[in-house]
Write a protein that binds this ligand. Sequence first.
Ligand SMILES: NC(=O)c1ccc[n+]([C@@H]2O[C@H](COP(=O)([O-])OP(=O)(O)OC[C@H]3O[C@@H](n4cnc5c(N)ncnc54)[C@H](O)[C@@H]3O)[C@@H](O)[C@H]2O)c1
Length: 269
Amino acid sequence: MSEKSYLEKLFSLEGKVVIFTGAAGGIGSELCEGLAKAGAAIALCDINKERLEELKAKIVEAGGNASTHLLNVMDKNNIKTCVDEVVGQYGHIDVLVNCAGINKREGILDVEEETYDRIMDINLKGVFLVSQAVGHYMRTQNYGSIINIGSHNTGWVLGGCSVYAATKSGIVALTKAQAVEWAKFNIRANAISPGHIQTPLTTVTWQHPQRSKYLLDRIAMNRPGYPEDIVGTCILLASDASAYITGCEYRVDGGCIAGGQPWPYDTKY
Ligand SMILES: NC(=O)c1ccc[n+]([C@@H]2O[C@H](COP(=O)([O-])OP(=O)(O)OC[C@H]3O[C@@H](n4cnc5c(N)ncnc54)[C@H](O)[C@@H]3O)[C@@H](O)[C@H]2O)c1
């Protein structure tokens, strides 16, 4: 077997069906395009119908297979309808990516209960309920890989991100619970925690002179992450190349948690 076909076989998503929440977003759309290029059929789910249709057209134009499904992860009935629709259309679901998420940056003393509930409902309860609905199908088919999108804030909390950080840390705990409870159903669960990625969610931060400098000082690689930086990890976790990996949190952060930019030290280089 040639090296190319060996690698293609190891990481191929040919024949796999992915259900993807938050598909219309900055990170979501890039991951969906990457998963489709690796051979998966993608059920693109989001509240943003227009962006979903644009993304589907792009994937199909590139020779991939995708369908669009309106999904509000805050609505339990909608989750059930959507998952049933995807199973009805494809017959099975091999991979779930929970990527839908929001944030509102404000201090703990400023957070209104309504804001708290909204971030919790979308970021954490939504992941729980979508995973539960898809988990039922994965259990009956005795196969599945769940990829939950965490955050830099699970390890190092930025000011003004209290609720968001709590939801994302909850996602990592939930990922471990899924791995532990569902291993017997041959379902794996892992989290990807991106660092500081440039997307519509973070444009305001990257355009802010002090905040963008603050971030760059804390990234060893001294540049923002881009959605395409996360594609490889997502393909790994969706594919059978990661058959023995479950319950893990993968950081894709350009060396943030490792320590960021080094302090001044003596060196010849
Ligand atoms: N951008 C970053 O630096 C960064 C870093 C770490 C983690 N993340 C996480 O990555 C994920 C994607 O972030 P992004 O930067 O691409 O943001 P984004 O705002 O571009 O995308 C988020 C997507 O979620 C969708 N969404 C929002 N509410 C929804 C709901 N109720 N039901 C279904 N879909 C809904 C939005 O329509 C949007 O398409 C989020 O979970 C975010 O927390 C982002």
